[in-house]
Design a protein around this ligand. Sequence first.
Ligand SMILES: C[S@@+](CC[C@H](N)C(=O)[O-])C[C@H]1O[C@@H](n2cnc3c(N)ncnc32)[C@H](O)[C@@H]1O
Length: 278
Amino acid sequence: MDQNRLTENDIEQMSYTDFIALLDETNRCPGGKKTIRRIRELIHIDDKTNILDVGSNTGFTSLELARVTPANISGIDISESCVNQAKKSLSEDIESVRSKVTFQVASSYSIPFPDDNFDLIMAGGATGFMDDKSKAIHEYLRVLKPWGFLVMSPLTYHTQPPQKIVDEVSEIIGTTIEPMTMKDWINTVGEVTKDFELYFNESHKLSPRISKEIDEYVDYFLKKDHVKILSETVKDAIKRRWMSILKVFNENHKYLGYSIIVFRKRPVAEEPELFIST
Ligand SMILES: C[S@@+](CC[C@H](N)C(=O)[O-])C[C@H]1O[C@@H](n2cnc3c(N)ncnc32)[C@H](O)[C@@H]1O
């Protein structure tokens, strides 16, 4: 889309994805850097560790993993434009990061790597965006080494949200949301295969922000170089739409959080354990 010709109507009618692309908001895994830091604490990662970042989007997770660990990281995403943006960010990073990361366009339904290849798969929040979760989970299992780890960090509800909020968020992002809890995610994987054991799980609540913080966040985007040159009418339309989206998201965040769920590929049968902490 030619940004110089944008109209107020374009801003109001464009899809949520196009609107976010226009604002160029960084796409992070749920929990952002805190999630990556937690993974590093939970799982031993060294320079022999091969990591697959599924749904790598514009590269945040892969780049951050390469900055805080010595691992080799392969990012895959179905979206060519996201992979191109990830490659651009990679090319601008320092040599020690550049030498450890690659990005390619590929689907989680047919991961272009051999069996038993990765020590760790980071699936962040991406599996929630896949229609055929079972197919993706079978592929994760195939490319993981025996006893390798699968990490998911999906957005999860800790409290049942009012239907009105679910409908409003669904309308904004243009896809029907099915509010999932951490338990729902654990069950989803468990129903697909018994070859993943649940290794670790925890959940975190998101903190809703006060109006002043939302105002400042909106202003930050209006001051970006490629936005501030737009006409006042277009900038007003951006401000209105961004503000109304963030207000709904902020309301949703009273009920929403994210979970860090670690599974392990279990190659041999094990006896169940009865007396464990809850
Ligand atoms: C919300 S972003 C995930 C961002 C971030 N990596 C995270 O951990 O949450 C979801 C990404 O999944 C990608 N995606 C959706 N279906 C996919 C599939 N079948 N295979 C690979 N990537 C897929 C989308 O293109 C998008 O970039």
